[in-house]
Design a protein around this ligand. Sequence first.
Ligand code: SF4
Length: 315
Amino acid sequence: MSRIKIGISSCLLGNKVRYDGQHKLDHFITDTLSQWCEFVPVCPEVECGLPIPRESMRLTGDPENPRLTTGKTGIDHTPRMNAWMKIRLEELAGENLVAFIFKTKSPSSGLRNVKVYSPEGPPASLHGQGLFAAGFTRRFPDIPVEDEGRLCDPVLRENFIETIFVLQRWRETVRTGGPGDLTEFHTRHKYTFMAHSPALLREMGKLVAAGGSGDFTAVREQYRGLLLKTLALTKTPKKNHNVLLHMLGYFKRQLTADEKQELLFEAETYRTGGVPLIVPLTLVRHYTRKYGEKYLARQYFLHPHPVELGLLNHV
Ligand code: SF4
């Protein structure tokens, strides 16, 4: 798999572009994720022509349509930012990004919960969106986005990383492939998708069945829409538990009563928060290898992302 192309707020990479000349280096991104990702850094404030250091900024006015103004002197940088954004977003369209990671709470880059101040001073809303983040999500509604604050949450982090790996596989196989590639992609992700939404998995399955006849390009586009919808639904212990029980069904004949009991116990302990997902998953992986269960061995649910990321130890 080639590197996954991710857009990112530049200061998260350690670039000293913030208003105070500092950065907001995120070690998980630069030390760990960078092994599998290629980053396209964007700093809206510097790229639109503002200096380093500069006066800090904030969102002001109508929370639905805020202005980007300097905090003390009240200079309105909205026109400058919008003019730059118009060009930069078209450049980013050519980058073919798989996802974007934004800096939290920034009036330019914040994805959610950015304060919008009223002319009188106090925040009129706590739920604004930075100007660039808003422009990006409008221009690219299909590109998954997250902010580095939410990526500190183990569940959201695992979900996001799983998503970018699935989408990269999609790009490298199905996007330029034929019906056989779509079937293969769907088959290998069956339990991954079930963990997000059994209902959407069924809908996707129907499309795959129709893929061989009729307009394949249209089928592929519809499938892609469902894929994004599916991945956007966060997995839960209850949904993962359901998948584990389905997988247990593959070993009905091979496992002893004791072994079945152990697997059921670990799955239930996981569901109720006693152990992380990696515990029952390791047992399923073990039996998959031991009994040569070929269908399960190819399921990405058992190996969603590189083991070095250690993400399944925390969900
Ligand atoms: S939050 Fe955005 S605008 Fe602010 S320094 Fe980081 S990349 Fe630049």
